[in-house]
Design a protein around this ligand. Structure first.
Ligand SMILES: [Fe+2]
Length: 283
């Protein structure tokens, strides 16, 4: 099995193409659509890199797998389908929880369904499914969002925003229905029970202290060296740390644009809604 990564410098996002060199079967994980909020411009430069690679290697992509409804970039899943109409967009069935939460935030009408029907496939926890010769095991890793799913393929696991490179820790847990308790279980029990030599491919790399890009580690390295959640880290220690850290974080730059597009399976509206929250105090 082969993996090709693509790094979007604007949002620090990793996209992956996993493919079988012999059969040409492929899946795409977390593809990015370029969006400039200042001008409202949507571009497909990131998508072009993926399409070029698929064409160059004559791949047959079966699925666009979303590790979760991203809050920091728009998905290019629908645009991928424009070029490969048979691609199925797949996400955890728990996307329904995220849709219900944000339907209220955006004041969407009844025509916005919260049953996940915008997606081609809703993945169940621990489901095993195939993309041609590629066998995928879906490991639930909620906590960053309730609909986070990691994808275990051969000796690799694609962890989205659950688990990052050791010096970056784990994803934040302060979005609606996020839970540091859940993320502890997801990482400590669901991911750290995989064999130590399982290769971890992360969903973001923020390149702390200006270090070079890293997108790959192992379960064994993570268990020993992750700065936030090691095998020896207690639940209480992690939850206390995570909840305190999350209070210091700003909302992602593209939060509302990303969420309203991504919970609708990447379908682009003609205009975006931008909610306002009145936090003014009496003076
Ligand atoms: Fe995320």
């Amino acid at each position: 099995m082969n993996v090709q990564h693509f790094f979007d410098k604007d949002t620090f996002t990793l996209t992956y193409i996993v493919y079988d060199h012999n059969t040409k079967d492929a899946v795409i994980i977390d593809p990015v659509l370029d969006y400039d909020p200042a001008s409202g411009a949507i571009e497909n430069n990131s998508l072009k890199l993926i399409l070029d690679f698929i064409r160059e290697h004559k791949l047959n992509p079966h699925y666009c797998l979303e590790t979760h409804a991203h809050a920091d970039h728009l998905s290019s899943s629908q645009e991928l389908k424009d070029y490969f109409p048979h691609i199925k967009i797949a996400i955890s069935e728990n996307i329904q929880k995220v849709q219900k939460s944000f339907k209220d935030v955006f004041h969407f009408g009844d025509d916005f369904k919260t049953n996940g029907s915008q997606f081609d496939k809703l993945i169940k926890n621990h489901e095993e499914f195939s993309a041609g010769s590629i066998k995928i095991h879906a490991i639930p890793t909620p906590g960053h969002t309730p609909a986070c799913m990691s994808f275990h393929i051969n000796n690799m696991v694609f962890t989205g925003d659950a688990l990052f490179i050791e010096d970056s820790g784990t994803g934040r847990c302060d979005f609606p229905d996020g839970s540091a308790q859940d993320l502890y279980t997801s990482v400590h029990e669901n991911l750290y029970s995989l064999p130590d030599d399982t290769i971890v491919f992360v969903g973001h790399d923020y390149q702390p202290n200006g270090r070079d890009l890293r997108f790959e580690t192992t379960i064994g390295q993570s268990k020993m060296h992750n700065t936030q959640l090691r095998k020896e880290t207690s639940r209480e220690e992690y939850v206390t740390f995570r909840e305190a850290r999350d209070k210091t974080l700003k909302a992602p730059r593209l939060l509302f644009a990303s969420i309203q597009v991504n919970i609708n399976a990447g379908v682009l509206p003609t205009e975006l809604k931008m909610p306002l929250f009145n936090k003014m105090k009496k003076i």
